[in-house]
Design a protein around this ligand. Structure first.
Ligand code: UDP
Length: 237
């Protein structure tokens, strides 16, 4: 068992985490590493929902920047998240876990369409639930989908892995004096203008008192260590 108060978590896995050292696509080594950490956590009795990004395949903004239609670009981005979800679901199964992929964009021959009751039933039945298709709407991000699904699936906390080991007062890459917060409130993140997630995602988390843990994707203690408070992280809320 994990020594933490969090029984059900929502993990945001960015497309970047699956690309690993590559700039595009899925690195099978990184996919396996992520899947192993997830199976390890599930085996310790933690119920897990995952929202998966798609930045390693396609971002709608990239289409819009070249004069294309943003909505079509976002549809392409959402399809990218489905590819990632299928790959991660399969990798979890190969590593001995149980997974169930849902999509907020309806494509029934590939994945079950996301409903709150279906996803909660799958989590309670012992599967890792992977939510693809973001919110199902253009102009949103998978961070917003992560906050939304965390609330819908009644998760105790949202975990967001990043390149750095928490929330800092300034960019630690450019300011060596930047201070890392162990704990900070939602309101302080907003008043200090700190960037944790996009505005829509963060507002949703704050309005629903959803705690967020920001940690480094390559934390040596792994996800279990982060939940147990051993790996460095920032707890918001
Ligand atoms: N997307 C969208 N609606 C959503 C979530 C995602 O249209 O609710 C599209 C959008 O084009 C986005 C792409 O899917 O750029 C990939 O998602 P995101 O950029 O959040 O992935 P990440 O950065 O986490 O890999």
């Amino acid at each position: 068992m994990v020594k933490s108060d969090y029984k059900r978590i929502l993990l945001k896995v960015s497309g970047e985490a699956l690309a690993g050292d590559q700039s595009y696509g899925i690195s099978s080594g990184f996919l396996d590493k992520v899947a192993k950490q997830i199976v390890d956590l599930a085996n310790r009795g933690v119920e897990i929902g995952i929202v998966i990004g798609g930045g390693n395949i396609f971002r709608g903004m990239a289409v819009a920047a070249k004069g294309g239609d943003r909505v079509i670009g976002d549809h392409m981005g959402m399809l990218g998240t489905v590819i990632n979800a299928l790959a991660l679901g399969d990798a979890i199964r190969r590593n001995g876990g149980r997974s169930h992929v849902f999509s907020s964009v309806s494509m029934p021959s590939i994945a079950d369409t996301f409903t709150q009751r279906g996803a909660i039933a799958a989590i309670e039945g012992g599967s890792v639930v992977i939510c693809a298709g973001g919110t199902g709407n253009p102009f949103f991000t998978t961070d917003t989908a992560a906050a939304l699904k965390a609330i819908e699936l009644r998760c105790d906390v949202l975990l967001k892995g990043t390149k750095v080991d928490g929330v800092y007062s300034d960019d630690p890459a450019t300011n060596p004096d930047a201070q890392r917060f162990e704990q900070i409130s939602h309101d302080d993140v907003i008043s200090r203008n700190l960037r944790v997630m996009d505005t829509a995602a963060f507002a949703l988390a704050r309005d629903n008192a959803l705690p967020i843990i920001v940690y480094a994707l390559d934390v040596k203690e792994g996800l279990v260590g982060v939940l147990e408070g051993e790996g460095k992280s920032t707890r918001i809320g």
